[in-house]
Design a protein around this ligand. Structure first.
Ligand code: PLP
Length: 397
């Protein structure tokens, strides 16, 4: 037999976000498809990383990461999240939270294990579960509040269910899980003896409600793998620094898989992030909320004004908007038509659902510098007139 790709590779598809980004570059549009924050990197983070390079922190580190960042994370988890953890045995520094989730799945899941995902989901969660040959099961969050019911969760359980994934605040819905919801999930996880993965990368992007780390709820400490990172908070998506917090009985195996795939997170950048966590004052995080509420409101008001009714997010930095009025038979066609009429790239809603939902949604990202976001909004405001011209042209043809 001639060489061929693995069955695993055949199951993976290019992310919709990359497809839109390439198309956006072709038309020189404004890219609100990709979750890349192009706001400024805080000075203490940048400067500490530069000093670390100049000072010679350029070699492999322990797979778990350097002591200063592990200690800074443990102290922050205690102070901010209310979760006590041992920096020597329960904190692992990873190549981004993406690396953290992949290494955790390799360490914790067997092929055929089922993992419950809420949808709309973040595509990497789904694809990572599939890549380790586990099987996703879906529970749909219902708009506008993105609620789920206990019955929906119970229906998703089978004898093979091994884990549930929580993403709070969530991409793409902007949902911030409430204490009541998390308590419900905690009781459900205990009842079915499930592992809980929680991705908290947007923990500092909360506009309404409060971020609660699921691991702090009763019965959850030992069964929860908490994943987060600084890509978003410090605007360093290209640095690849994230982490896992979990009970010591899992940590060694997770660190082992991280070592196998990535060896370690970039050494000097671990130092930059450690310095940021330890030095940046509370006002820095308050500033993020204020800045992103402003960006959220600018985008949501613009979308309301042009009839792409937004689901106003309580956290994270994405908006799912109703795309019914856009031409096209699917959300992919609608996203493409929006790009070609206005020059603003979004992601088709179908990218966040497994079974044909999301066709009337598109996702906008508002993690953009003010000039780009304002330009995108200016272009979007021209949509009604452009659409009416298209309608007129087709009706008089
Ligand atoms: N988790 C969620 C929910 C995300 O939306 C993203 C990026 O968009 C990531 C993780 C990626 O984080 P990292 O850069 O730490 O790998």
């Amino acid at each position: 037999m001639p060489p061929a790709l693995s069955q695993r590779a055949a199951r993976t598809v290019q992310s919709e976000i990359r497809v839109m980004t390439l198309e956006c570059e072709k038309v020189k549009g404004v890219n609100l498809a990709q979750g890349v924050c192009d706001t400024e990197v805080p000075a203490p983070v940048r400067e500490a990383a530069k000093r670390a390079i100049d000072g010679g922190t350029n070699s492999y580190t322990r797979a778990e990461g350097l002591a200063p960042i592990r200690h800074a994370i443990a102290e922050k988890m205690r102070r901010v999240n209310g979760l006590a953890c041992d920096p020597e045995t329960e904190v692992i520094v990873h190549s981004g939270s993406t690396g953290a989730f992949y290494a955790s799945c390799l360490a914790m899941l067997n092929p055929g294990d089922e993992v419950i995902l809420f949808e709309p989901y973040y595509g990497y969660h789904l694809n990572t579960v599939v890549a380790v040959e586990a099987v996703p099961a879906f529970v749909t969050l219902r708009a506008p509040e993105w609620k789920f019911s206990g019955e929906d969760l119970e229906r998703a359980v089978t004898p093979r269910t091994r884990a549930i994934m929580i993403n709070t605040p969530a991409n793409p819905s902007g949902k911030v899980f409430t204490r009541e919801e998390l308590e419900w999930i905690a009781a459900f996880a205990v009842k079915h003896d499930l592992l809980v993965f929680t991705d908290e990368i947007y923990e500092y992007f909360v506009y309404e409600g409060k971020h609660i780390s699921p691991a702090t709820l009763p019965g959850m400490r030992d069964r929860t793998i908490t994943i987060s990172g600084y890509s978003k908070t410090f605007s360093i998506t290209g640095w690849r620094v994230g982490y896992t917090i979990c009970d010591r009985k899992w940590a060694q195996a997770i660190a082992y898989f991280h070592d196998l795939i990535y060896v370690c997170a970039p050494a000097p950048l671990q130092i930059g992030v450690a310095e940021g966590i330890a030095r940046l004052p509370e006002s820095f995080y308050v500033g993020i909320t204020q800045e992103y509420v402003r960006k959220r409101d600018l985008l949501c008001d613009t979308l309301k004004g042009i009839g792409l009714t937004p689901s106003v997010p309580k956290g994270a930095y994405y908006v799912l908007a109703d795309a019914s009025l856009l031409p096209g038979n699917s959300s992919k066609e609608k996203a493409m038509s929006l790009l070609h009429t206005t020059g603003v790239a979004t992601v088709a809603g179908s990218a966040f659902y497994h079974g044909g939902d999301g066709e009337n949604l598109v996702r906008f990202c508002f993690a953009k510098n003010d000039a780009d976001l304002e330009e995108a909004c200016r272009r979007l405001r021209g949509l009604p007139e452009k659409l009416s011209r298209i309608t007129l042209a087709t009706s008089t043809r």
